[in-house]
Design a protein around this ligand. Sequence first.
Ligand code: AGP
Length: 612
Amino acid sequence: MCGIVGGVAERSITNILIEGLKRLEYRGYDSAGLALVDHGQILRERRVGKVANLEQAVEESAIVGSLGIAHTRWATHGKPTENNAHPHISGRVAVVHNGIIENYQELKDDLEALGYNFTSQTDTEVVAHLVHEALKSTPDLLKAVEQVVPQLKGAYALGIVDTEYPDELIAVREGSPLVIGVGIGENFISSDQLALLPVTNRFIYLEEGDIARLTRETIEVFVNGQPVERPIKELDATISNATKGEFKHYMLKEIYEQPEAIQQTISQALNGNALRTDFLENAEVDFKNIKQVQIIACGTSYHAGMIGKYWFEQLSGLPCQVEIASEYRYRSPVIVADTLYVCISQSGETADTLAALRDTKKRAAEKGLNISTMTICNVATSSMVRETNHHLLTLAGPEIGVASTKAFTTQLAVLMLLILKIGQVKQAISPEKIEEITTEMWHTPKVILDTLQNDKEILRLSELFVEKQHCLFLGRGTEFPIALEGALKLKEISYIHAEGYAAGELKHGPLALVDNDMPVVILAPKDDMLDKLKSNMEEVQARGGELFVFADENSGIKNKDRQHVVNVPSVSTWLAPIIYSVPVQLLSYHVAVLRGTDVDQPRNLAKSVTVE
Ligand code: AGP
């Protein structure tokens, strides 16, 4: 999704802006641009495609400047063209923008009536003209921006410069993330702190409604025109560990990081085979009273939530609903007192999940209902973490590949820890059961390592998918969400159409798709449903389908004609979804590499979906 970088310094910041944009590439974009203020002029370059194209253009034009803003654009209003790329300029003013200005058409009509010409199809350009217009009557850039902001409807973050204010950078946060990077004699802004790690590890996280004025030496933050204090936070050095290392892609690196990520994640909650006494201590009172759980999430995080539902109900006996945030937020769900609302999100910034959380809190407050909110998240500083009563972090480290891998498996680990904690507080899970599951959780990193040993075999099988157009993934119980996740992984990075189904649904429709050109991936742990799953496999084979089975080593499922079996280490039912995620991730990865797609930044997708 769109990315913002900006800065004000004594030195030229051209290379800092380009490097920052490169670090935002993982978020997904289709064009890039920057504007520098130099000797009373705005110098701008914009290019469609990769940041490398912009970098080359900037090298050729040799533009420099110590005040500037830069942007990677993910098209929402208007196609990915050079004219639509940011920054947008209105005379002396240049603007970069993330998010959406919902009332832009109305504002555009008014501005056109005032004589402004629009050179793009974007919603952003109205902001540049509005600031330009406001500066006619308000000879102060900050005041002009403060005058414009109330006119804008939607969720957005802005970076604004003006040639008349060559030492000032204005930043606005209203529904879209923005951080200030605090330097020495220089200051920066970005929509993602990762972009600024080469220049600082000290950050101010702007809050909704904040407008900031940065100069080289000062940072002022205002709310409704009044100055406010925002703390500076120093970032943990481990978060900067965001390089590909020896791996060809971030996705592969992140798949291989899962043993360590799970180890880190469970270590925060376990002391030997018991839950640590301080684990979620503050939440105990809320947990005692909750009567049900509502999980809200999108994409892969939603699949984690689906598994959470199985676990919540089987282990703790608490009713649990799980819903896609984009549906939940618009269907006027009934808010029930004593519900624990759990948002699951790698980024903690996904627009639909965040909006669903905010609506739920607002409606509960209006009705005077007592609810608790919790975020399961990979980014400690994210909006969702800040806006929920409790949070649990997946300690997976930065996930750069658009396809979520280690964030997913650590979400599952965290969900299990949460369920054990709630079960313990409510005395719904016996100490013996907790010990049994936590013992297995400690084994998970080793079992993932063993599962990764199948990588070469999975690579060999992936060659059989390269020419395929469609694929089915089947599983039962907690492997049903893994089937959905496997299909999502395959389609998002290899562009092969894939569907995940509960294997029991096969006869109710999808069996009609099966022929000798249809690969069917089966997830077959050794559980109570194994015999039923074997019958489903027979149904596929009888119609000529080719089976690719990730099967428990003791399942008795063997290689045969048109049935390829990869043995997965034997694990308990509770851990099976974490373990079976690994082969489907590897399969999708290898198919995508063989098909030559952009694995880490697949077309049309963004890492963090901060607009609807
Ligand atoms: C999965 O591979 C995707 N990148 C996507 O479905 C993602 O999980 C979804 O956009 C939700 O993101 P979040 O976890 O950051 O909220």
